[in-house]
Design a protein around this ligand. Structure first.
Ligand code: AP5
Length: 198
């Protein structure tokens, strides 16, 4: 029932499980997982001019400039696979990005269908990120940077959830539990079937 075109935004604090769930759901929904964090990390690894600019900002836990991220996102959304819909993870991250996304998608006649916010208590967030730091050594998973990322989330990204709530498009999902359990909750929160291509 979820196979129709679906444009989904995943919201939630750092470590709430957005990337993990998007990876699990992309096959189920038949749409790509588009993570601005993954795109930025790939640019940093590749040493592109954009990556060189982004690196220090990411390691400080702050937001990369809206223009850089929007340009990168536009390029990614223009690829063929995104025509079938997408799971957007890590974008929009502040109200300016929210407005830019709406302008872009309105131009394409492809509005966001639903925003899912994963809720996880902060003690668990800290535990999960510590686990990932030990496993993967992500440069921004140090305790100080995580504190800054959580602060930036509360200040700049929480209002994005409020914006989708005002549009009647926000669904809040409990992000605590087994991975499959959380996936089922997300699937259950999606609008039933109807494609929304304008
Ligand atoms: P980004 O990559 O978006 O990071 P984030 O939002 O901080 O999110 P995380 O990747 O930390 O967490 P997640 O919610 O995806 O959780 P995950 O599934 O990994 O951004 C990084 C940086 O890039 C930003 O700080 C910024 O500088 C820049 N950036 C990115 N987008 C930007 C934008 N739009 N504008 C400007 N700057 C931007 O899970 C976390 C851990 O928990 C994993 O180890 C996982 O295995 C585990 N886990 C997941 N689910 C469960 C579960 N149910 N039970 C137990 N463990 C679980």
């Amino acid at each position: 029932r979820h196979r129709s075109i679906m444009r989904l935004v995943l919201l939630g604090a750092p470590g709430s499980g957005k990337g993990t769930q998007a990876d699990l759901l992309k096959a189920e929904l038949g749409i790509p997982h588009i993570s601005t964090g993954d795109l930025l990390r790939a640019a940093v690894r590749a040493g592109t001019p954009l990556g060189l600019k982004a690196k220090a900002v990411m390691e400080a836990g702050q937001l990369v400039s809206d223009e850089i991220v929007l340009g990168m996102l536009e390029e990614r959304l223009a690829q063929a696979d995104a025509a079938a819909g997408f799971i957007l993870d890590g974008y929009p991250r502040n109200l300016a990005q929210c407005a830019a996304l709406e302008t872009l998608l309105a131009r394409l006649g492809q509005p966001i269908d639903v925003a899912i916010k994963l809720e996880v208590p902060s003690e668990l967030i800290v535990e999960r990120i510590a686990g990932r730091a030990a496993e993967q050594g992500r440069k921004d998973d140090t305790p100080e940077t995580v504190r800054e990322r959580l602060r930036v989330y509360a200040e700049q990204t929480e209002p994005v959830a409020g914006h989708f709530a005002q549009l009647g498009k926000l669904r809040v999902v409990d992000g605590v539990g087994e991975l499959a359990e959380v996936s089922q909750r997300i699937l259950g929160a999606l609008p039933a079937g109807a494609p929304s291509a304008a």
